[in-house]
Design a protein. Structure first.
Length: 155
């Protein structure tokens, strides 16, 4: 194989690997969450745990928010506070009847989110990936929609 061909193959391999690095990991069903799915979207990221009583009443509100905002440039994402993975994450998400995407990998380092010591906590991230608000405690679909409208009006 000639040197130019080796260089082209090396560059293509690097680009393919770089594209994979942008992915957000797997969801609660073991499916890849591709970066393209979330690019430019406003994100509502909620941290929850099985032992968190307010989380149990908040999840239906987040399901409602996710359904209400479908196709409007906003994605609701969940993150298990206890970092459950694989089958354990899938079972916990099913037990809570979570209908939105639950990330197996915590996006906090990627988005430079502040340390999270309480539950539930919800972060609003704008389409450019900037943290707009950290909301501690149980949230409602209506309250989150109002916060999103507030921040979107600021743009």
């Amino acid at each position: 194989m000639g040197r130019p061909l080796q260089m082209v193959i090396g560059v293509l391999a690097g680009l393919l690997l770089a594209g994979c690095a942008d992915d957000w990991g797997l969801d609660q069903h073991g499916r890849k969450v591709a970066a393209e799915q979330l690019e430019g979207q406003w994100l509502v990221i909620n941290y929850w745990a099985e032992w968190c009583k307010p989380c149990r009443t908040e999840i239906p509100e987040l399901n409602r928010l996710s359904a209400d905002l479908q196709g409007q440039g906003v994605r609701v994402l969940g993150v298990n506070f206890d970092a459950l993975q694989g089958e354990a994450l899938s079972k916990a998400a099913a037990a809570f009847d979570i209908r939105f995407t639950v990330l197996a990998q915590d996006p906090a380092p990627r988005l430079e989110l502040p340390r999270n010591d309480v539950l539930p906590v919800t972060y609003i991230i704008d389409g450019a990936g900037r943290l707009r608000e950290r909301l501690v405690g149980e949230q409602t679909a209506a309250g989150l929609q109002a916060r999103l409208l507030h921040w979107q009006a600021e743009e």
